[in-house]
Ligand binder design. Sequence first.
Ligand SMILES: Cc1ncc(COP(=O)(O)O)c(C=O)c1O
Length: 439
Amino acid sequence: MHLNGTSKVNNKGHLEIGGLDTIELAEQFGTPLYVYDVSLIRERARGFKQTFDKLGVTAQVAYASKAFSTIAMVQLADEEGLSLDVVSGGELYTALAAEFPTDRIHFHGNNKSKEELEMALKHGVGCIVVDNFYELELLQSICEEMETNAKILLRVTPGVEAHTHEYITTGQADSKFGFDLQNGQAEKAMKAALQFSKIELLGLHCHIGSQIFETAGFLVAAQKIFEKLNEWKESYAFESKVLNLGGGFGIRYTNEDQPLPAGQYVEEIIEEVQRQADHFAMNMPEIWIEPGRSLVGDAGSTLYKIGSSKDVPSIRKYIAVDGGMSDNIRPALYQARYEAILANKALEKAEETVSVAGKCCESGDMLIWDIPLPKSDHNDLLAVFCTGAYGYAMANNYNRIPRPPVVFVENGEAKLVVRRETYEDLIRMDLSIKEKINN
Ligand SMILES: Cc1ncc(COP(=O)(O)O)c(C=O)c1O
């Protein structure tokens, strides 16, 4: 059993998180329930920030709020002095509701609407990460209309794609995001941005993938960017004040995952950027990163109650929980793997191998295949670990299942930060066809 952060097994043999017995949390808040270990989120945030501080590099660590966007989480990011990456009007709205300082918000997205850009400018969003030519022109015209200026980064695709242990240099332009560095698009965008009077080009951004366990992909991306920056310095006297190398730092979901400590990614990135800057006789840019999963992923666990079970003789045993792909779509979407324990029998030995099914009407709604567990009964509590990123964020109402609540735990205290959806919530946007039509 691999326990993260403040998770431990107490003397009743129950899983405890943040100093609280998960059995009591389940009784108090019901199941399914997302539980976040707040101290672990703080520890992760500080880990990233301290490495930059230690090496004396000007930096911004922006929490990629797509991983888990709620008012409380955004407030926590603010408490930890993080910046914030948002990718939609909705995530921006959440940040505004949380009163997050707007100058530390970075606005991403490959198809931002006019209304979203206006909203960002109206609220003084610190940086817009421009993704394409349409957006660049739209932004200039909105700035003219609103008589304001925008600070931007250009999102570029450096031809490096990284995933877990591998990275490939694709040199390809086939991505829906950003300006290709190799085929001249990025250069064209940079020239246009420099000419637009209302736009201040701070630098470049790239994001090479997610769940990355090696630093090589980041380093190659930095090298490729610097090669271009060197050309641009000579031809256009452009120097990038900021270099944002995105997120994607991996976490441990199962034994097979062996991520590096957060600090190591950051140290190696800083060293490479410094090396490149020295090599090309450029000023060291500010380094920005935008981790999502690695800040909140392993701090989140989901508690489920076990209901029915089904033995398929000589094949497998299914146990079904009171949630599923409606609160965690990652296994169905991309075969994501998780570990789990029986939270009320945490000291008991594994006796059987079972597969954990969700309750949605979909054969693909399986949370975990073939996991060893102690003998389980109805009403046992299953804790699935590392559900903190892209769990609640991707939760949905398939089969009209209400989304679970979210509780933050820290130092023996539990705080409900998202309440459970009710059936009334589910139909609140529905309109009857039986209403009278007013003429
Ligand atoms: C541009 C950008 N930045 C940051 C992230 C966060 O990635 P992760 O949660 O893997 O750290 C993503 C994820 O898709 C992204 O697209």
